[in-house]
Ligand binder design. Structure first.
Ligand SMILES: [Zn+2]
Length: 194
């Protein structure tokens, strides 16, 4: 007998994409990664310059690394609509800032996952990058940007902290493994985490 508390299976909520303003419209499971085709839920059809209604012109695909399931990377291919204003000819794209920072290659969830993996689980940047199927530099830059954002948004988090260091240093030179540390250098305690 089916438990009444179960809801119908739903990939969008399972992957927590509803929080990002996205809905899953397709999946492709490859041996080494899962690809989810998504679209943006909010239409965003009104011109930001003159307020007229825009006409859908075409779409572009934004690729984002998302939280891996197990160690299998999850890739989002987000179809983003482009509009052209009927009044002033301004062209814009659907707003995807709920899903990711502008120009970011990682979803907001993926960035938070990476930060927690590094700070709380002590994974290396290399391992995090592998799980997200992005380059070391991409993972590193996204986490550093998130740390800066968290610290700016919530300065009280670091009340009493005098020096903050964000450092990726070699912990096993022969294997060239890197570990990122976000620490209160004064107390040697982790000061920023997800
Ligand atoms: Zn306009």
């Amino acid at each position: 007998m089916v438990d009444a508390t179960f809801a119908a299976p739903d990939l969008t909520t399972f992957a927590r994409l509803d929080e990002l303003g996205l809905v899953v419209v397709g999946q492709r499971l490859e041996p080494d990664r899962a690809v989810l085709a998504c679209r943006v839920v909010e239409p965003d059809g009104w011109c930001r310059r003159c307020g007229c209604e825009g006409v859908p012109r075409d779409t572009v695909v934004r690729r984002l690394a998302h939280v891996p399931l197990g160690w299998r990377p999850t890739v989002l291919l987000v179809t983003v609509r482009r509009y052209r204003c009927a009044g002033c000819a301004h062209v814009w794209r659907q707003d995807t800032t709920r899903a990711a920072e502008p120009r970011s290659k990682l979803s907001r969830r993926a960035v938070r996952w990476a930060l927690e993996a590094l700070v709380l689980q002590h994974l290396t940047v290399a391992r995090v990058a592998e799980a997200l199927a992005v380059s070391w530099n991409t993972a590193n830059a996204a986490v550093l940007a998130e740390v800066r954002r968290v610290l700016v948004d919530d300065p009280t988090r670091l009340a009493g902290v005098r020096v903050v260091g964000v450092d990726a240093h070699a912990v096993r030179h022969e294997a060239l493994l890197f570990r990122m540390e976000v620490r209160d250098l004064h107390r040697f305690a982790v000061a920023a985490a997800g």
